[in-house]
Design a protein around this ligand. Structure first.
Ligand SMILES: NC(=O)C1=CN([C@@H]2O[C@H](COP(=O)(O)OP(=O)(O)OC[C@H]3O[C@@H](n4cnc5c(N)ncnc54)[C@H](OP(=O)(O)O)[C@@H]3O)[C@@H](O)[C@H]2O)C=CC1
Ligand SMILES: O=C([O-])CC(=O)C(=O)O
Length: 267
């Protein structure tokens, strides 16, 4: 029997995910959860890519084996916590939501109450396995730099005091902790939160965010040092056409997590 999942959010990630898994025999999109007012657009996507999915404003009470969040920070409290309490496991893309004090503990408590588990995906970044393993031996420093084209920073505090349309040279738009980066740039700094949760934590991971007219990709760099040795990672991710803030790799990471739930062998 196919694993029935509820997709929360039907934007750039959600739509691309449905396209990729539409022919997976082991997976069935049973519900698409979107805010009031967005049902018609989601119904259109469901018609093309997930004809058996119901479009709803909340995760249905029955017949859901897994929740996949690709919506935004608010969806964690609104949909993921209640699902976990009911015993439904969850895959989460909006990792930056865990920068809100108390939310990681709430997620753990909800998963414990439901006897289930919440998985934070690596999303647009790599080497999360190496970083989390390195933490076991002890980490000394972890630095993350996120560099994106100016248009990817539209609608964020990066617009304060500068015109992103006419930016001639790279501009550092944020320097500080991963916690502050994730809070101030909820759609652009989920990776900062992921790197910090795997490594040195939200308050000890240093973050720089850069708007750079010279790049076309979303460039993510991690430098980590500790008892294991050191690594430097650079990812040059293609942004999604439907949302320049989001890398295509985030979709592939969510699809990988979803497929891993039903695959007989997982890597
Ligand atoms: N871990 C990682 O590496 C990354 C994580 N992300 C996370 O994924 C999220 C989604 O990205 P993306 O698909 O590109 O964004 P989009 O803006 O393209 O799509 C978001 C979708 O979620 C819906 N939505 C918003 N709030 C809620 C809610 N409370 N409940 C249900 N649905 C909701 C939106 O509906 P409406 O149109 O009505 O607002 C829209 O359908 C980002 O906000 C970010 O938090 C993104 C990139 C990388
Ligand atoms: O998709 C990306 O390149 C990263 C991103 O938006 C985020 O960290 O929130």
């Amino acid at each position: 029997m196919a694993l029935k999942f509820a997709l929360i959010g039907c934007g750039a990630i959600g739509t691309a995910l449905l396209e990729l898994v539409k022919n997976d025999a082991g997976l069935a999109a049973a519900a698409i959860v979107v805010p009031a007012g967005s049902e018609a657009a989601a119904q259109d996507v469901a018609g093309r890519l997930a004809p058996d999915a119901q479009v709803l404003q909340a995760v249905p009470a029955e017949s859901i084996d897994l929740v996949v969040e690709a919506a935004g920070h608010a969806a964690i409290e609104q949909h993921v916590l209640p699902a976990l309490k009911r015993g439904i496991p969850a895959i989460v893309a909006s990792v930056g939501a865990l920068s809100a004090p108390g939310l990681p503990e709430q997620l753990e408590a909800a998963a414990r109450e439901g006897g289930t588990q919440v998985q934070l995906i690596a999303g647009a970044i790599g080497a999360i396995d190496a970083l989390a393993a390195a933490r076991v031996g002890g980490l000394e420093t972890v630095r993350y730099t996120g560099r994106k084209p100016p248009r990817a920073w539209k609608g964020t505090p990066a617009e304060e005091g500068r015109d992103l349309d006419t930016l001639a040279a790279e501009a550092v738009i944020f320097e500080g902790s991963a916690r502050d980066a994730a809070r101030l740039f909820p759609k652009n700094a989920n990776v900062a939160a992921t790197v910090s949760l795997a490594g040195l934590g939200l308050d000890r991971t240093t973050v720089r965010l850069i708007a750079d007219p010279a790049v076309t990709e979303n460039v993510h760099q991690v430098e980590a040092e500790g008892a294991f040795g050191r690594f430097e990672l650079t990812m040059r991710n293609q942004p999604l056409a439907a949302n320049p803030k989001t890398s295509a790799l985030t979709v592939y990471s969510a699809v990988r997590a979803l497929r891993s739930r039903v695959a007989p062998l997982v890597i």
